[in-house]
Design a protein around this ligand. Structure first.
Ligand SMILES: NC(=O)c1ccc[n+]([C@@H]2O[C@H](COP(=O)([O-])OP(=O)(O)OC[C@H]3O[C@@H](n4cnc5c(N)ncnc54)[C@H](OP(=O)(O)O)[C@@H]3O)[C@@H](O)[C@H]2O)c1
Length: 264
């Protein structure tokens, strides 16, 4: 994996003979973890990680895996390894069969030092609370899974969730979640380093609310065609919001871009 932007200093050592990597140091988990470290800010930081095909599809046949690669999964793992919480829309949980995050030996010490449990919590955003509470995501997590919902969520579903040991977080006065309130609601639980893995409908709302601080967008060198959503979905914004490019890595034709929301 090599860095395209910002440009690398000329004295970076070339890869070892016989190595199948073009740049051993960036393939290293420690180096990637350093490169993707959360900024030191006062308060929560909401980062998104998504993969898109060349023609803008966020999935192929309802799954993102056909667009992904080994390097994409590596960065996916690194971003999880750095996060306090992974925020995800209920439809992605249902379609992708989400499971609890797995502890990874490579991140154990780093997480311990940062005062983090071995894995990030998963926070599922849902209005309906129509979730399979018997599934491992809820029944066998290392840290309790959260459900983020509105104040008027269906009572019987709330009971079901609580009986399953799920922590319910309210962020919104009506039946739905107000996406702009989510980062602060999670931060009140000590979850500051936030990572959202979509899906497109949830991510579109975070962007629209001005709550998205950073986008890690992998561009896959594949064409999907069809009518799949883009990585952000929703009604057009009044004014397009600007993001600033902060880094680009490349591996096997995949571009791992990173943007920060431009602030006035
Ligand atoms: N390319 C990628 O990196 C990537 C990443 C993730 C997902 N995906 C793909 O995206 C597809 C699913 O994405 P999606 O956009 O359809 O769904 P999504 O954003 O994952 O989930 C939508 C659901 O989240 C809940 N939700 C969203 N906004 C809400 C709000 N304001 N208040 C309360 N609940 C809210 C609702 O759940 P309830 O229905 O339970 O109320 C809604 O139905 C899948 O095919 C997946 O493979 C791709």
């Amino acid at each position: 994996m090599r860095r395209l932007f910002p440009p690398q200093p000329a004295d970076v050592p070339s890869p070892a003979a016989g190595s199948d990597r073009t740049d051993g140091d960036l393939w290293d988990l420690e180096a990637l973890a350093g490169a993707y470290a959360y900024p030191a800010v006062d308060g929560p930081w909401l980062r998104a990680n998504m993969v898109s095909s060349l023609d803008g599809a966020a999935h192929h046949g309802g799954r993102s895996q056909p667009l992904s690669s080994a390097a994409d999964m590596r960065i996916f793992g690194v971003l999880r390894g750095l996060a306090d919480v992974v925020v995800v829309g209920a439809e992605t949980v249902r379609l992708e069969g989400y499971r609890p995050a797995r502890p990874r030996a490579a991140f154990a010490e780093r997480r311990d030092r940062a005062g983090q449990p071995p894995v990030p919590a998963i926070a599922v955003v849902s209005a309906s609370l129509d979730l399979d509470y018997a599934a491992p995501l809820f029944s066998a997590p290392r840290v309790p899974t959260l459900v983020v919902t509105g104040a008027e969520a269906p009572e019987s579903r709330l009971r079901e969730a609580r009986q399953a040991g799920v922590e319910v977080v309210t962020a919104g006065a009506g039946g739905r979640v107000d996406p702009g309130l989510v980062p602060a609601a999670l931060a009140r639980r000590g979850l500051y380093r936030q990572l959202t893995e979509g899906g497109p409908r949830l991510l579109g709302q975070f962007a629209e609310a001005g709550a998205l601080d950073e986008l890690c967008l992998a561009v896959s060198p594949r064409v999907a065609l069809g009518g799949a959503q883009r990585v952000m979905d929703g009604p057009a914004t009044e004014l397009p919001a600007d993001f600033t490019l902060t880094s680009v890595l490349e591996d096997a034709g995949f571009l791992f871009t990173r943007y920060r929301r431009t602030r006035e």
